[in-house]
Design a protein. Structure first.
Length: 301
């Protein structure tokens, strides 16, 4: 009975994911390919946020909305969520057995948990939540935290198993005992006028998730090219403004936008404002073979 109650408390999140899956099945690849570029970009809009309580048996409330769903790419993206975690609220500890995700805080600080070990991280920071490993997030501070979550699966099916553990009052490690990265502009390396850094490589993830990059495009410059063969991309705009060109179509980009780039598509991302265009670029392989082929091209560390 307790397992049934736990699943019921998390039903809002599961229902949303299942709604995405149904929409993807109805839409199909052909609809995705024919939608104008401007309509394929997800925009952060707090007016669209849903208010939920006890997310995965977590504390308090949170507000969020989807930027992208499973219909955004042919690869196994399940969703990109964007929202706000209020003070003393969070996402309870839970597992995914067929998918994995990455919690990102864009400002402030929050307590991240992986496999029962908890540490406080200052944003902008991200923690990959590998498939089959329990994870949670709690905002112990007195200010809201801007939050982002990316979920990729072995298939496009979402699953969760909640542990009824909010992680309120959890013992804190002074140093995180799990993989964690910060979006630190000072650590970016130049490549011409562009500066970038690979934060997470293919070895980190168990699904077809291939990489997470941090990129800074200076005003007037452009990030031009295509992902490796068999790799799709999600481009999230962390700061600045610009323009995307994909397949001959152009659309404006602003902070909080999520751009899907299909396998084989060439994209140009221009910084058109007075400030740099700061990007998080996520690669998702078509299948395990494509991920292995991509990994084989990387230089040994």
């Amino acid at each position: 009975m307790e397992a049934i109650r736990s699943l019921a408390r998390g039903a809002a999140v599961l229902t949303l994911a299942l709604t995405y899956a149904a929409a993807a099945q109805q839409a199909g690849v052909s609809t995705r390919a024919t939608r104008p570029l401007a309509e394929r970009i997800g925009h952060t809009d707090p007016a669209r946020y849903r208010q939920l309580t006890k997310v995965h048996d977590g504390a308090g409330t949170m507000a969020f909305a989807p930027l992208l769903g499973p219909d955004a790419l042919s690869t196994n993206l399940i969703f990109v969520h964007r929202g706000v975690i209020p003070p003393h609220s969070g996402i309870g500890q839970h597992f995914h057995h067929q998918c994995e995700e990455m919690f990102v805080i864009l400002d402030g600080e929050a307590q991240f948990t992986v496999d029962g070990r908890t540490a406080t991280l200052a944003g902008p920071a991200a923690v990959p939540d590998r498939m089959g490993h329990a994870h949670a997030l709690y905002n112990a501070s007195d200010r809201p935290v801007e939050w982002l979550n990316i979920n990729v699966g072995q298939t496009k099916r979402y699953d969760n198993f909640d542990l009824s553990d909010s992680r309120q009052g959890a013992a804190l490690d002074p140093i995180a005992q799990f993989a964690a990265v910060r979006f630190d502009r000072a650590k970016l390396k130049p490549d011409g006028s562009i500066r970038s850094r690979r934060l997470l490589g293919p070895e980190v993830f168990a699904t077809p998730w291939a990489f997470v990059d941090h990129v800074l495009v200076p005003p007037g410059a452009a990030l031009d090219g295509a992902a490796a063969p068999g790799i799709s991309e999600i481009v999230y705009v962390m700061a600045g403004g610009g323009e995307a060109e994909v397949g001959g179509e152009r659309a404006p980009l602003r902070s909080g936008d999520a751009l899907p780039v299909e396998v084989g598509a060439r994209r140009t991302l221009r910084a058109t404002g007075d400030a740099p265009l700061e990007l998080m670029v996520i690669g998702i392989a078509r299948d395990p073979a494509a991920k292995a082929a991509f990994a084989a091209t990387l230089s040994p560390r």
